[in-house]
Design a protein around this ligand. Structure first.
Ligand code: S3P
Length: 431
């Protein structure tokens, strides 16, 4: 139980900031590498608690991991040759691990059991169980949640027409479809992050994207080169806002994943008046990457509605902080999904920002925020949610006095050296 204190007005956000590798792409890099028996080298794999959960689960399935010169070398088994796990597959805090793994395990010829920590046990799993059952999976949940049991089953290619906007559900279905007995067609009216489709399209012809539909044929022939994971825009989001709301900032972020479904947040901030420049755009293995420069900015309010939500889902807590210091009244709506994340992020964001003096109101599907000039330091609680802990810390850099974050250790879920990085920008240390 770690308490961390942040002093307000003690930071100068100038220079280069190294944010960790992308969490979503890291999970998928491990999963797709497991489809090959040849060794895949993954450069810049995120080693955080969530990704360690995926590594541990795949180790139990017979996949081998070795660190060589800072890279992670993965020797897979093939999608039909995983070893039956001897123990429960523990997904820790990671919803992505639990849901994507459910897809991969549904069509195997062995049984498996998935479980998670206190927070993950509270998150809905029916949303993945139901579509997988439609394909023929044999899954039982505990009142719609973890632990779940998966029995051997043979899956049928299935046609999905959904309106969910969840990358986790889409990816679970795509991975399950690779073990089915015929083609699956998947269409989601709401777009969500597309790293699974991009990575698979790069290494196999068993996936085809036509118009707005994804076609998946089973038993992929995979030809995969090395994978180089770009840095995580969702982790960068915290320092982007730190740069914007504090004086005299000029922060440079290199090699960020700039997939359009991941930078909705940057686009929204730019509409609010943020000085964020995107440069050196290149495509690496199908993913857009590049550098950004962020400078202190005077922000104005914004209205964010339902259809933009999937592209900013993980950034809403920190966006609320930006709105709290913007001129005018902002509203975020159509974001009920936030209630099912690592914490109920509508409630936890509103509760903690209120403690810091923000004028923010909880709605059923979002929040209303009236901008202020000033925040005040407070004793805050992470609720065990990494993104809430980091949001509070960034608010603390701008608040008058001291902010204390209780249970701050959860930042290691996605950004293990977050507090060291933040400390590097303390004025006294820089001068
Ligand atoms: C993720 C998808 C998102 C996101 C989560 C990671 C992924 O969830 O919130 O942090 O890697 O697929 P949904 O798309 O299911 O909402």
């Amino acid at each position: 139980m770690t308490k961390v204190a942040v002093e307000g007005n003690d930071f100068l956000f100038k220079g280069r900031i190294n944010v960790p590798a992308d969490k979503s792409i890291s999970h998928r890099a491990i999963i797709v590498s497991s489809f090959l028996t040849k060794v895949t080298k993954i450069t810049n794999l995120l080693i955080s608690e969530d990704v360690k959960s995926t590594i541990n689960c795949f180790s139990q399935l017979g996949v081998e991991f070795k660190e060589i010169n800072g890279d992670t070398c993965v020797k897979g088994t093939g999608i039909r040759n995983y070893l039956p796990p001897q123990n429960v597959l523990h997904c820790g805090n990671s919803g992505t691990t639990a849901r994507l793994l459910s897809g991969i395990l549904s069509g195997q010829n062995f049984s498996s059991q998935l479980d998670g920590d206190y927070s993950l046990r509270k998150r809905p799993m029916d949303r993945v169980k139901n579509p997988l059952e439609e394909m023929g999976a044999k899954i039982s949940t505990t009142n719609g949640k973890l632990p779940i049991n998966i029995s051997p089953a043979s899956l049928n290619g299935t046609e999905f027409n959904i309106n969910l906007g969840s990358a986790q559900i889409k990816s679970a279905i795509i991975f399950a479809a690779l073990t089915a007995n015929s083609e699956t067609k998947f269409r989601d009216k709401k777009k969500s992050r597309d790293h699974t489709e991009i990575m698979l399209s790069n290494c196999t012809e068993n996936i085809r994207i036509e118009n707005d539909a994804i076609y998946i044929t089973p038993d992929p022939v995979v030809e995969l080169g090395d994978i180089d994971v770009p840095n995580d825009p969702s982790s960068a989001a915290f320092f982007i806002v730190a740069g914007l709301i504090n004086h005299d900032s000029e922060l440079i972020f290199k090699n960020l994943c700039l997939n359009p479904m991941r930078i909705g947040f940057i686009r929204i901030l730019q509409t609010m008046g943020a000085d964020i420049e995107i440069m050196n755009l290149v495509e690496k293995s199908g993913e857009k990457t590049g550098d950004i420069v962020v400078k202190s900015s005077k922000l104005k309010s914004i209205q964010v509605v339902g259809e933009s939500i999937p592209a900013i889902i993980d950034e809403i807590p920190i966006l609320c902080l930006a709105c709290s210091l913007a001129e005018g009244e902002s509203m975020i709506s159509g974001a009920k999904e936030l209630r099912f994340k690592e914490s109920d992020r509508i409630k936890t964001t509103v509760t903690e920002l209120k403690k810091l003096g923000c004028d923010i109101e909880e709605m059923n599907d979002g929040m209303k925020i009236r901008g202020k000039e000033e925040l005040k330091g407070a004793l805050c609680e992470s609720h065990g949610d990494h993104r809430i802990a980091m949001m509070i810390a960034i608010a603390g850099t701008k608040a008058i006095g001291r902010t204390i974050i209780k249970n701050a250790e959860c930042v290691s879920i996605s950004f293990p050296n977050f507090f060291e990085s933040l400390k590097g920008f303390r004025k006294k240390i820089q001068s």
